[in-house]
Design a protein around this ligand. Structure first.
Ligand code: WAQ
Ligand code: MG
Length: 243
């Protein structure tokens, strides 16, 4: 199950923060820390949400929970960053990445560029192109991960994405992942896989677009779906960054 696991750590706590306004989620973040780091983690996460929302949230919820199993330690995917000047080149790069893995590029790209307003990712069967998420509006959400050296104080799109992508690629039932941010001004996305690493893709979308989303390309069998989702959602993972 854990192809790149390089160790495990014990006696950890999960610290999760989410902020809401008008009953809607507006931001969230999580850490995995030692007992003596809980205070600092909570305070950094709260500062982060205050800075991000300018005091605009109705509620901030912090949950601290003991993690009752070993945290898997994995290395981050290798990062590569080809020169990409515009969205056409980004599209061509994704097509070539997908076809190198014998994946159905046209159909996957069409779905990818139609995604918006999901909190989680599409889980797509690479053979049938069937969507496997139990809740198709929400998608599958990866949680219970952190990276070494995280302070939690600021949002770092790149490090958080590399952390998530490394956990996802570590699941043996995932052939690859495509991602574009839903942040209007964040136009860099990526294609990640255990084989190709983390391929950063500038200009994956145009600035000003709210659209964004993720697709996890599922290569397992039907009977592996539950185990795959359980791993993505529940297995605690600590990622050693290489950047
Ligand atoms: N699990 C699954 N899907 C998620 C999660 C999660 N934890 N978080 C977000 N998503 C989905 C959801 O559909 C969002 O709309 C979409 O991904 C984009 O999420 O190298 O900022 O948090 O610089 O906006 C890429 C960094 C940044 C590229 C990605 O994504 C780079 C980013 P966002
Ligand atoms: Mg976002």
């Amino acid at each position: 199950m854990y192809r790149r696991s390089i160790g495990e750590i014990k006696m950890n706590y999960s610290v999760k923060m989410r902020a809401e306004k008008d009953g809607r989620h507006i931001s969230g973040a999580e850490r995995i820390v030692r007992e003596n780091e809980i205070d600092a983690a909570v305070s950094a996460l709260i500062k982060r949400v205050q800075k991000h929302n300018n005091g605009n949230s109705d509620s901030i919820t912090v949950k601290i929970a003991k993690i009752n199993k070993p945290v898997q330690v994995i290395s981050a995917l290798e990062v590569v960053q080809p020169e990409i000047q515009n969205t056409e080149e980004a599209r061509a790069l994704i097509m070539s990445e997908l076809s190198q893995l014998n994946l159905r590029g046209e159909e996957i790209l069409k779905l990818f560029y139609s995604l918006e307003n999901m909190r989680g990712a599409v889980l797509l069967d690479i053979k049938t192109l069937e969507r496997l998420e139990p809740d198709k509006l929400r998608g599958v959400r990866v949680t219970n991960m952190d990276y070494e050296g995280n302070t939690g104080a600021e949002k770092n799109h790149f490090k958080e994405a590399l952390c998530l992508a490394s956990k996802v690629a570590n699941c043996p039932y995932i052939a690859g992942e495509l991602c574009a941010s839903d942040d209007i001004n964040y136009t860099t996305g990526y294609f990640a896989s255990g084989i190709r690493g983390y391929v950063r893709i500038a200009n994956i979308k145009k600035s000003g677009e709210r659209k964004g989303g993720r697709i996890f390309l599922f290569s397992g069998k039907k009977e592996n779906i539950g185990e795959c989702i359980n791993y993505l959602e529940n297995q605690p993972v600590m990622v050693k960054l290489n950047i």
